[in-house]
Ligand binder design. Sequence first.
Ligand code: BTN
Length: 245
Amino acid sequence: MPKSQIIILEKIDSTNRYALANFAELADSSMVLAKEQTEGQGRRGRKWISPPGNIYASFVVKTALPPAHNTYIGAVSAIETLRQYAPGIPFWIKWPNDVFTKSLKVAGILSERHCPESYNKADGTVVGIGINLNTAGDFFETNRLKASSVHVETGKETDITAFALSLHSALIRNYGIAVKSPDLLFMAWKKENILIGKKVDIIPESGFQVTGIFKDIGKDGALILTLPDGNTRKLYSGDVSVKFK
Ligand code: BTN
């Protein structure tokens, strides 16, 4: 088995696109890192604006894991590394996988499965991680983004290379946990979901917004919502987004 690598690119359209296109050549647990992305992709077809100064990384997973678990690897690793570089700042996960500080987003995860052309079954996943490190607050205001960065929260510049190395170590560690003790990783991810027990609005792709209590998260990563009439509903990450009060 070839050794995992960190591939550093000056500028690329999207590290996820690069990692998917070069999947066969990349060793398991490798990480593609770009200083800048010109077509960064977010969840639900959104753009991920990617100026220099932040983390744009794609981690290669070549083990068939339950789909949600790939995303847990990314989210738990992002939050652990953020805590290491910004101690004392409160980070939490907004279901399914946005990392927030207070009411603003600082990081997002986009996992994409790789299917070889000759074969319609996935042979692995690319876990894309975007983390706002050194972007200044006026950039978010100018671009009308409800987001924050480590720089805004701490007033300090973060060394991108050092942060990326720590993130890669965390990804490898959590990938190991996902393979050997998936329940442990699930619990680590679930405990960061501090909206459990709170009142939330659920916004579907189409149709009406519903309000309910975020009761729990199922083993498959689904959000379990209690409706005002007492019934429960299971919601999956591709279908809805959550607004908290
Ligand atoms: C989201 O919250 O919408 C997910 C954002 C994921 C962004 C990262 S940046 C590195 C990787 N490459 C991409 O094009 N997207 C992901």
